[in-house]
Design a protein around this ligand. Structure first.
Ligand SMILES: Nc1nc2c(ncn2[C@@H]2O[C@H](COP(=O)(O)OP(=O)(O)OP(=O)(O)O)[C@@H](O)[C@H]2O)c(=O)[nH]1
Ligand SMILES: [Mg+2]
Length: 421
């Protein structure tokens, strides 16, 4: 049975956001935008949001995050609305969860647990499931530990679902063994991916990764450009497993386009760690298409979040084209004018031809290191090599001149027959 079908009626949920003026850390600053996002996340997980409670406080309360009085107020609200679940926008410690559950009388989870829950619902591949389980064992489990029988009473609700679910009632020793096993399997996966990448590299096709905030339209763009048929949904984190398709460009030039898992603010770091093998697709790409939902009022913050994650993933060196998607929903003056950016609509197809051209141009500018041996009777080639390439080594050999250089696509193409790398 599908996990999503297990929950026949929506769980009624109250959302809570704390805004601490004295805190610079983003996770302590719930805003209208983060709460709107929390609502989408909750609805994607199958909850019905019955109310939102907020508090402004100078610093978080170590015991209950919000103040004691506020916690009681939430409890009242839960009773009046017959809510079954309280979801905090801010990160909670295991002891805060325990104290809050005692105060409000129903299950309490935080934003990261909710995100992991959605990941658990949407993971389909074996690798995806292993990655989610690893993150759940590391993040969710410590927050659910020690509740013993209480857990079975709460059983199966949002925040406790997924491949890690059956492990929740096992003891720490078993969990440790499971974590080591998962780590070994994920390492194996990483090696396989590296191997796959290597064989793709041999094909010489450049690799493009489609990245960006969740729900920006990455899968829709992949489908529109390649006819891939990837699932598209107005839900957060519809895509967890990367899909790669061939992209045909001008002059019979081809590239590999990969759709990736979406980004979101305050992404649990255990999740980034667990997904590192799929996120390697980003680091080793030759070009990133950073897809932005230009119709979202939160677009600048979303772009910043994606930018930071690109850096965190070690992909800051990869060239980027910013794709302002959903242009059909935005007024032209709302679309930012930036270097290396383009407005498109993956839904209507507007702007896609120009995007393909830009991709082609950007990839042709791409430089890579090659090694050539130029026979002495082909000396005329040397002039072009020294004019257009960046030569780092040169040596006269018996059957020609050996040269190591960085060359763009055009030069590398001209030298194809003389390559020895
Ligand atoms: N109006 C409009 N809607 C779009 C456009 N592109 C995508 N959408 C819609 O936006 C929603 C999200 O699209 P997806 O392609 O699933 O987004 P994604 O970035 O892959 O999302 P995740 O995989 O969940 O991170 C869907 O409802 C799409 O139909 C567009 O250009 N215009
Ligand atoms: Mg997607």
């Amino acid at each position: 049975m599908n996990l999503e079908e297990q929950q026949t009626t929506a769980q009624r949920a109250v959302l809570v956001g704390l805004n601490c003026s004295a805190h610079s850390a983003q996770e302590y600053n719930a805003t209208d935008a983060t709460l709107a996002e929390l609502r989408s996340l909750a609805e994607t997980a199958g909850a019905e949001v019955v109310g939102i409670v907020t508090q402004n406080r100078v610093t978080p309360d170590p015991k209950t995050l919000v103040g004691e009085g506020k916690a009681q107020e939430i409890g009242e609200f839960v009773k009046n609305t017959q809510a079954q679940l309280v979801i905090f926008d801010n990160e909670l410690t295991p002891s805060q969860i325990k104290n809050l559950e005692a105060a409000v009388g129903v299950q309490v989870i935080d934003r990261s647990m909710l995100i992991l829950d959605i990941f658990a619902l949407h993971a389909t591949s074996r690798e995806g499931k292993l990655q989610v389980e690893m993150a759940q064992l590391k993040y969710t489990l410590p927050r659910l530990m020690g509740r013993g029988t209480e857990l079975s009473r709460l059983g199966g609700g949002i925040g406790t679902r997924g491949p890690g679910e059956s492990k929740l009632e096992q003891d720490r020793r078993h969990i440790k063994t499971r974590v080591s096993l998962l780590r070994a399997q994920l390492e194996e996966n990483r090696k396989n991916r590296a191997q796959q990448r290597k064989s793709r590299d041999v094909s010489g096709m450049p690799k493009i990764a489609v990245i960006g905030y969740t729900n920006a339209g990455k899968s829709t763009l992949l489908n529109a450009l390649t006819g891939a048929g990837v699932l598209v949904e107005d839900k957060l984190f519809a895509t967890l497993d990367p899909t790669t398709r061939k992209l045909k460009l001008a002059n019979n030039y081809e590239a590999l386009l990969t759709d990736t898992v979406g980004f979101i603010r305050n992404l649990p770091h255990h999740l980034i760690e667990a997904f590192s093998s799929t996120l390697d697709e980003v680091r080793f790409a030759d070009l990133l298409l950073h897809v932005v939902d230009v119709s979202n009022p939160d677009l600048y913050d979303q772009m910043e979040v994606s930018q930071k994650l690109i850096e965190q993933l070690g992909a800051a060196h990869v060239p980027v084209i910013v794709v302002f998607n959903k242009a059909d929903l935005a007024a032209p003056q709302e679309i930012p004018n930036m270097r290396d950016s383009i407005a498109v609509s993956a839904a209507t197809g507007a702007g896609l031809d120009e995007l393909l051209e830009r991709i082609y141009r950007k990839l042709s500018e791409r430089e890579r290191e090659i090694q050539v041996l130029i026979p002495y009777d082909q000396g005329a080639l040397l002039e072009g090599i020294f004019r257009e390439g960046k030569v780092s080594a040169q040596e006269h050999r018996e059957n020609g001149t050996y040269i190591k250089l960085r060359a763009d696509e055009a030069l590398a193409g001209r030298l194809q027959d003389f390559r020895i790398d």
